[in-house]
Design a protein around this ligand. Structure first.
Ligand code: K7E
Ligand code: CUA
Length: 678
C-alpha cells in the first residue's frame, strides 16, 4: 500500500517506513516483553507518549512487529486521504455512518430516519417533509432502525452515485444522493409493517429490493394469530428507481406476496444470474410464539424445529413482466403479485437450506449463492446453473403448502464447507477467497472458492483456509467492494456486536467494535489492524467503495440551492434581495447569511402572526457553512443552500437568533433580534 505524494518525498516515505519496521523488529527482538516492564498507566495500560525515538516508544509500549505494521498501514498523515470510504448503517440510531478506510476515521454521520440537529436534518420545512414518518400506529415517527446500506451499481460495480438503506422497524427505504451525502427521499412500504432483507440493488440499480421479515397480515390489517397460515404473509418489494430523477417511483413499483415464512437477508443475482433475486427465510415452521402461555413454545424453539428452511429463488424479470401485464392486486394503492400467481407464473421457487439461515451472498460472477445457517457449522453453496437446469427439467422434490415448487437439495447444491459455529454473512475478494463471519466462534473465516475461482489461488478449492479471531461476536463483515462483480481485496471490516474489554469502560452501554482486517496477502496470512469503537448505533451491514468513485460537490452548484429537490429553490435570496413581506397575518422573511452577518438583523412581527422564514447562505467558499438557531429550530446552511422554517409567533417577547457554526472571527456577532410585539 502506498499513500504517496507525487515528488520524491515518496521515496523517503518508503525508506522511513522500512527503517521504522526494521527498528521495530530489532526493538522487539532486543526488548521483547518479559511480562514486566514498560511504564504502566492506569489500569495496567502502558503510557502512550514516551520521550525518545521510535525505537524507545516501540519498546515502552511493548509493541510487536505486527503492531508496528498495523500502525504504519492505518496511520493517515495529516492531510492525506483514505483509499476507501465505508458506508455503515447506524442501526437503531437511524443514520448512516461514513468512515475512511484504512484509517477508520469517522467522516460523516448522514441523517436519514432520525433528526440530526447539527445538520438541521429534520428541522427545516424541506427536510421535515422528507422524514415525514408515520409509525404503524399512525403517530409521528422520529427514528428508524437502519440495517443494510446499498450503493448504486452499474454493471454490478459500485458507481458512487446513490446510497439506499432500509428501516427495519417501519418498512421504509431511503435514497441518499452522494453528490451532497444527504437523504432525498424516504418511501414507506404501504403493505409492510417491517422489513429486513434489503435494501439491495440489481446490477444496474433499476430496482431497489426490500425484503420482508416478520410475517403479518398485508397492508396493516388485523388477523388473529390462530389464522396465521391463512392470513399472515411474507413479502418482497421491488422499488423502481429513476436514476435521472434520483428517486424511487412508487407508481412503477410492486411487491410479491410470499408465504408467511420470515424472509431474511437477500441478494441480487449478477452477470450469469442477472435478473434473479435470492431471499433467505427462517421460521418455515410458521411458529407463532407465546412461550409465556401454558403449553406455549417460545419463538426461539418454535422457529428452529426443521432442519431445512427455504432459500427463495425469484425470477425478477418474470415478476416485472407479470406486474406489467397487470396480473396484480392493489392494496393501499400499491401493486402486489399474489402468491398464487407467483407460483403459477413460475416466478418463485424454493431451495431447501440449512438451518435457520441468515446471510445469502452471491459470488462476484453470479455463479453461486452462499448461504449461512446460523445453527449449522457449514456454509452451503448453491449453483445457479443447477437451479436453472432443475427448472428446465421440471425436477422438483415437491411443493410447499402454498404451491411453490421446491428443488431437490442434492440436485442444486454445489458444495458445503464446514467453517465453525454461527456462520452469518459472506464477502469476497479478488484472490478467489470468500470470508464468512462466525458469530459464535467470534472469528472471520477465509475459505477458498472453487469453479471459475480455483485458478486465482493455490489452496484446495472449497476449503477453510484460515480462521482469525475478532472481538467479539461478529455480525456482518464488509470487504472492499466485496459484494460486487469486482471485489478489491486489501481490507475487510468485521462489524462486531460486542466489545466487552476492548476499550476504556464507559459504563454498562458499550460501543460496538469495528475491526479492520488486512486481507491483502493470500493463504493463511490475515491480521487485525485496528479497533474502531462505534458509540452511536449498531452498524449492521456496511459497504466499502473506492474513494475516488465518489464525486461529491464542494459547494452547492448555485446560490439558493434546495438539497431536497436538487434544484434552485423558489425562495432563494441573493444579496440585495433580502426583505420582509407581510401578507395579512403572514410574514415571510427572505434572509441571507454571509460572514459575518445575517441580513436582516431585525425582524418585527405581531403576536399571532404566521412566520415563514427562508435563509440562504450566499457563500461560495468551501466549508463556509452557517447555522441558524431560533427557538426549537436549527438549520445548517452549506455554501449556496436555502432552507425554510415556519412557526406561529404565539408568545410576545424578544428572541435573539444566531449562527450556530463558528464560521469567522466575528461569528458571535452573526446574530439578530426577532421582536414579537404584543
Ligand atoms: Cu444485523 Cu444484516 Cu440486520 Cu446480520 S443483520 S448480523
Ligand atoms: Cu456564520 Cu457563525
Amino acid at each position: 500500500m502506498a499513500y504517496e505524494t507525487s515528488d520524491n518525498s515518496k521515496t523517503w516515505a518508503v525508506v522511513a517506513a522500512i527503517v521504522v519496521v526494521v527498528f521495530a523488529a530489532i526493538g522487539w527482538l532486543i526488548f521483547r516483553p518479559s511480562g514486566e516492564g514498560g511504564a504502566q498507566g492506569p489500569g495496567g495500560a502502558t503510557l502512550t507518549r514516551m520521550p525518545g525515538d521510535a525505537n524507545s516508544i516501540i519498546k515502552n509500549r511493548q509493541m510487536s512487529p505486527e503492531d508496528v505494521l498495523a500502525a504504519l498501514t492505518t496511520y493517515m498523515p495529516s492531510g492525506k486521504h483514505d483509499d476507501y470510504m465505508m458506508f455503515a448503517s447506524g442501526g437503531h440510531g437511524g443514520q448512516v455512518l461514513v468512515i475512511g478506510v484504512p484509517s477508520m476515521r469517522l467522516l460523516k454521520v448522514i441523517g436519514v430516519f432520525t433528526p440530526e440537529p447539527w445538520q438541521g436534518w429534520g428541522f427545516s420545512e424541506e427536510t421535515r417533509a422528507v422524514i415525514n414518518g408515520k409509525a404503524g400506529d399512525g403517530t409521528d415517527l422520529l427514528w428508524g432502525d437502519t440495517h443494510h446500506p446499498a450503493l448504486s451499481e452499474t454493471n454490478g460495480e459500485y458507481d458512487g452515485q446513490f446510497l439506499f438503506i432500509n428501516d427495519k422497524a417501519s418498512a421504509r427505504v431511503a435514497v441518499i444522493d452522494l453528490r451532497d451525502f444527504e437523504t432525498k427521499q424516504i418511501v414507506k412500504n404501504p403493505l409492510a409493517i417491517n422489513d429486513h432483507g434489503g435494501a439491495f440493488v440489481t446490477p444496474d440499480t433499476e430496482w431497489v429490493i426490500e425484503g420482508g421479515q416478520y410475517a403479518h397480515p398485508i397492508g396493516g390489517k388485523y388477523a388473529s394469530l390462530a389464522d396465521y397460515k391463512k392470513s399472515y404473509r411474507g413479502l418482497v418489494t421491488c422499488w423502481k428507481f429513476d436514476r435521472k430523477k434520483g428517486s424511487i417511483d412508487p407508481s412503477k413499483s410492486f411487491a410479491i406476496e410470499l408465504p408467511p415464512y420470515w424472509q431474511d437477508l437477500s441478494d441480487a443475482g449478477k452477470l450469469v444470474s442477472d435478473g434473479w433475486i435470492f431471499l433467505n427465510s427462517f421460521n418455515t415452521e410458521m411458529a407463532t410464539g407465546g412461550g409465556e402461555k401454558k403449553g406455549g413454545v417460545w419463538f426461539e424453539a418454535g422457529t428452529t424445529q426443521r432442519d431445512m428452511d427455504y432459500l427463495h429463488v425469484i425470477n425478477l424479470k418474470k415478476a416485472i413482466a407479470t406486474a406489467a401485464a397487470g396480473k396484480t392486486t392493489t392494496i393501499n394503492g400499491f401493486r402486489m403479485i399474489p402468491l398464487q400467481t407467483a407460483a403459477s407464473e413460475s416466478i418463485l421457487y424454493f431451495a431447501p437450506e440449512p438451518k435457520s439461515p441468515h446471510g445469502v451472498d452471491v459470488t462476484p460472477g453470479g455463479e453461486y449463492m452462499v448461504v449461512s445457517g446460523k445453527l449449522d457449522p457449514h456454509v452451503t453453496i448453491f449453483s445457479f446453473q443447477k437451479m436453472m437446469d432443475a427448472i428446465k427439467n421440471k425436477s422438483f422434490s415437491g411443493k410447499d403448502p402454498y404451491g411453490v415448487p421446491i428443488f431437490d437439495f442434492k440436485k442444486v447444491v454445489e458444495k458445503q464447507v464446514e467453517l465453525g459455529l454461527g456462520p452469518l454473512h459472506t464477502q469476497f475478494d479478488d484472490k478467489g477467497y470468500a470470508y464468512t463471519s462466525l458469530f459464535l466462534d467470534s472469528a472471520v473465516a477465509r475459505w477458498s472458492l472453487g469453479g471459475p475461482y480455483e485458478k486465482l489461488h493455490s489452496d484446495k478449492p472449497w476449503t477453510l483456509v484460515k480462521k482469525i479471531p475478532v472481538q467479539y461476536n461478529v455480525g456482518h463483515l464488509a470487504a472492499a467492494e466485496g459484494d460486487t462483480a469486482k471485489p478489491a481485496g486489501h481490507f475487510l471490516v468485521a462489524l462486531n456486536k460486542w466489545s466487552v474489554d476492548r476499550f476504556a469502560n464507559v459504563g454498562p452501554l458499550l460501543p460496538q467494535n469495528l475491526q479492520l482486517v488486512d486481507i491483502s496477502n493470500p493463504g493463511d496470512k490475515m491480521q487485525v489492524l485496528y479497533d474502531m469503537p462505534i458509540g452511536i448505533g449498531e452498524p449492521h451491514y456496511s459497504q466499502i467503495i473506492k474513494a475516488d468513485k465518489i464525486k461529491a460537490w464542494d459547494v452547492y452548484p448555485e446560490i439558493g440551492w434546495s438539497p431536497v429537490t436538487q434544484s434552485k429553490s423558489p425562495k432563494a435570496t441573493t444579496v440585495g434581495q433580502e426583505r420582509i413581506v407581510r401578507n395579512g397575518n403572514t410574514v415571510e422573511v427572505f434572509m441571507t447569511a454571509i460572514r459575518s452577518h445575517l441580513n436582516p438583523e431585525h425582524v418585527e412581527v405581531k403576536k399571532g402572526d404566521k412566520v415563514i422564514w427562508h435563509v440562504t447562505n450566499v457563500e461560495r467558499a468551501r466549508d463556509a457553512t452557517h447555522g441558524f438557531a431560533l427557538f426549537n429550530h436549527n438549520l445548517s446552511l452549506e455554501p449556496g443552500e436555502t432552507e425554510t422554517i415556519s412557526f406561529t409567533a404565539t408568545k410576545e417577547g424578544v428572541y435573539p437568533y444566531y449562527c450556530t457554526e463558528f464560521c469567522s472571527a466575528l461569528h458571535l456577532e452573526m446574530t439578530g433580534y426577532l421582536l414579537v410585539k404584543p
